[in-house]
Design a protein around this ligand. Structure first.
Ligand code: B1M
Length: 210
C-alpha cells in the first residue's frame, strides 16, 4: 500500500531506494503528484532542516536525505509533464569573488530547493559583475552571497555596492551567510538579512517573501 508517511520516513533516513519504490507505488495508486511532493518528500525534508539546525543530524546525512528527496521529485516530475509545480520564489546564490568554499552554500541551495524555491546556483568565485548579469538574466527575488574567509567577506560589500551602482539593488533582497559572517556585518554592509545555517536561510527567505 502506497504511504506518504513511509515516503517521508525514507527521506528523513536518506534511503534513496525506499523513496524511489514508495514514490513509484504512490504514483501507481493514482495519488496526486503535488501531494506526493509536498506531503511526502518535502514533508520529510521539513523534518531534516530543523534536526540539522539543532545539531541532531550532520552534513553527510542531510546530503543523503536531499539526494533521496531529489530522486523522488525526479520520478514525480517525469509524470507531471503538464502540471506547473508552484515555486516559493527564485533565489540566485553564489560564493563571492576570491572564495572557493561551496559545501555550505550548496547545502543552503539544497534546503531552499527542498522547501519549494527555484534556485540558480552560480558556483564559486563569482565577481560582482557576474552577479549583476545573472540578476538581469534570471530576475530572482533573492540573491544569496556566501563567504567562508574573513578576507572574502569584504567582497560581499563590494557586490552589494556594485549592485546598487548598477541600479539593481532595490529590485532584490540580499541575504548573506558563511562561517565568519554575522548579523552585525550584514547590517553594516546593507544586506537584508543573515542566516547562520541552511535551515535558518530557508526561514529567512520565506520571511523576506512572506
Ligand atoms: Co578552507 N578555510 N581554505 N578549504 N576550509 C576554512 C574556512 C578555515 C576556517 C579553516 C581554518 O583555518 N580553520 C579557514 C578560514 C580562516 C578565515 O578566514 N577566518 C580556511 C582557509 C584559510 C582556507 C585557505 C586559504 C587555505 C589555504 O589555501 N591556505 C583556502 C582558500 C581557498 C579559497 O577559497 N580561495 C582554503 C581552501 C579550502 C578547500 C578548497 C581545501 C576546502 C573547500 C572545499 C569546498 O568547499 N568545495 C576547504 C574547507 C573544506 C574548509 C573547512 C575545513 C570546512 C568548510 C565547510 O565546508 N564546512 C573550513 C573550516 C571549518 O569551517 N571548520 C575552512 C561545512 C559547511 C556545511 O559549513 O561552510 O560554514 P559552512 O556553511 C554553513 C553556514 O556557514 C551557512 O550554512 C551552511 C550550512 O549550515 N552558510 C550560509 C554558508 N553559506 C551561506 C549562505 C547563506 C546563508 C547561510 O545565504 C546566502
Amino acid at each position: 500500500m502506497a504511504n506518504l508517511e513511509t515516503l517521508k520516513k525514507g527521506v528523513i533516513e536518506g534511503d534513496v531506494q525506499l523513496v524511489m519504490e514508495e514514490t513509484r507505488s504512490c504514483l501507481d495508486s493514482g495519488m496526486d503528484g503535488l501531494a506526493i511532493i509536498n506531503e511526502g518528500l518535502v514533508a520529510g525534508m521539513n523534518v531534516v532542516g530543523p534536526r540539522f539546525k539543532a545539531g541532531e543530524m550532520f552534513v553527510p546525512e542531510v546530503l543523503m536525505s536531499a539526494k533521496a528527496m531529489a530522486a523522488g521529485v525526479e520520478l514525480v516530475k517525469s509524470v507531471l509533464v503538464d502540471t506547473e509545480i508552484p515555486t516559493a520564489g527564485k533565489v540566485l546564490i553564489g560564493t563571492v569573488k576570491g572564495d572557493l568554499h561551496d559545501i555550505g552554500k550548496n547545502l543552503v541551495s539544497i534546503m531552499l530547493e527542498s522547501s519549494g524555491f527555484e534556485v540558480v546556483n552560480m558556483g564559486v568565485d563569482i565577481p560582482p559583475e557576474q552577479f549583476a548579469a545573472a540578476i538581469r538574466e534570471h530576475k530572482p527575488q533573492i540573491v544569496g552571497l556566501s563567504a567562508l574567509l574573513t578576507t572574502t567577506m569584504l567582497a560581499m560589500k563590494d557586490t552589494i555596492d556594485y549592485l546598487r551602482a548598477e541600479g539593481l539593488r532595490d529590485s532584490i533582497k540580499v541575504v548573506i551567510g558563511g562561517a565568519p559572517v554575522t548579523a552585525d556585518f550584514a547590517k553594516e554592509i546593507g544586506a537584508d538579512g543573515y542566516a547562520p545555517d541552511a535551515g535558518a536561510a530557508v526561514e529567512l527567505a520565506q520571511g523576506l517573501l512572506g
